[in-house]
Design a protein around this ligand. Structure first.
Ligand code: TRP
Length: 369
């Protein structure tokens, strides 16, 4: 297993990540504290798709005392958005709505330019714009959603970035990120830029409040180095809540834009979706007869995971689908047809909203506020 901000490989052992990264599991006590604030737990908490955190308890303590948090998350715009990217954003929207709090969203065209050998700034900035449309399409409101395009808005981040960079040593950065002698120095400096939005709220409003970052767990090294230095420059340590990766449609591994045949992109058309789903890896048997007799294995099935993560909110119906699969009452063809339909309905709606987002995208830009 490899889990770094740049690479996720192999079968991810989430328990082990909690131990190795030194994060905390989301305990039932903590979840019930969240529930008392939000009402019924969000599906992603109930199903432990978000499974780990740092300082969520502290953030809730402060909230109870009247110190509101802000949300911060982001995206490295290296290409189109797939449905795996949407998972933490959907959760972020839920938290924003329940706690009525501001979101800072960083689009790191600079990071992707520095890290991907072949990328040009023109391409990564273009994808930043495209990816922002996907965020807006989910229903975030312009009043409390602040999108940061790094290369365009760097002047807003620069003083904070410098405060951060001055306090992270090369040796800390190297051991957290695995830099080599051949690593370009832009990449070495870059973590200070990802840290900056954790603290930008104070600069904009004068309020010193903690940031809560909902994101996949691969981003954790950034937060580790940021947390170490935050108190030294007068800020709260940023808190995190970490989610699992949505699997790709192949056998094992997360959904990854570099493997388009096993990823569902938000702009995919219905026929392409059907085709990818049809070729997906499942827990099915060699023949229909065998599967009717012996049943199948939903635990290794990529399709089942899509019901689990996104497309079957009803726990009883999900359990029924699982049961039917295991005993061979429902075969893969039917299950695949259902999910393709659900996906295409979701995507059609998303694509319409994404088109409308083009008219309002400027209202979200941190520079226009
Ligand atoms: N480094 C992230 C990526 O490559 C982008 C990012 C910037 C981000 N700030 C963030 C992700 C905050 C999650 C939370 O995708």
């Amino acid at each position: 297993m490899v889990v770094t901000p740049w690479e996720v490989k192999g079968k991810v052992d989430y328990e082990r990540l909690i131990r190795e990264f030194g994060t905390q599991p989301l305990t039932p006590e903590l979840l019930s504290r969240v529930e008392s604030r939000t009402g019924k737990l969000h599906l992603q908490l109930e199903r432990q798709i978000f499974f780990s955190h740092r300082d969520l308890d502290t953030v809730l303590d402060l909230y109870d005392k009247g110190v509101k948090f802000v949300l911060y998350t982001g995206r490295g715009p290296s290409g189109p958005v797939h449905i795996g990217h949407l998972v933490p954003w959907i959760f972020t929207l839920h938290i924003q709505q329940k706690f009525n709090t501001r979101l800072y969203f960083q689009l790191t065209d600079d990071e992707k330019y520095l890290i991907d050998d072949d990328a040009t700034l023109k391409e990564t900035s273009h994808w930043a714009y495209e990816n922002a449309l996907d965020l807006i399409a989910l229903g975030f409101k312009p009043e409390d959603t602040f999108i940061i395009y790094d290369t365009e808005d760097i002047d807003l981040l620069y003083d904070i970035t410098l405060q951060v960079a001055k306090r992270i040593t090369y040796s800390t950065a190297r051991s957290s990120f695995g830099f080599q002698d051949s690593t370009n120095i832009g990449w070495v400096f870059w973590p200070a830029i990802q840290a900056a939005p954790c603290f930008i709220h104070k600069k904009l409003t004068g309020e010193n409040v903690p940031a809560l970052i909902p994101a996949a767990i691969d981003q954790d090294p950034y937060w580790r180095v940021t947390r170490d230095i935050a108190p030294k420059i007068g800020y709260y340590k940023p808190a995190q809540i970490h989610c699992r990766f949505l699997p790709g449609l192949g056998a094992g591994g997360k959904m990854s834009a570099s493997m388009p045949e096993t990823s569902i992109f938000t702009m995919d058309q219905p026929d392409a979706v059907k085709k990818k789903i049809w070729n997906a890896y499942t827990g099915g048997r060699g023949t229909a007869a065998e599967q009717r007799k012996l049943g199948a294995d939903p635990t290794v099935c990529s399709i089942f995971q899509y019901y689990f993560f996104l497309f079957e909110e009803d726990a009883a119906r999900l359990a029924e689908r699982e049961r039917k699969c295991k005993v061979g009452e429902m075969l893969c063809g039917e299950c695949k047809m259902d999910i393709a339909e659900k996906l295409n309905r979701f995507l059609q709606n998303h694509q319409e909203r994404r088109e409308k987002a083009k008219d309002v995208i400027e209202q979200y830009h941190i520079k226009r506020k």
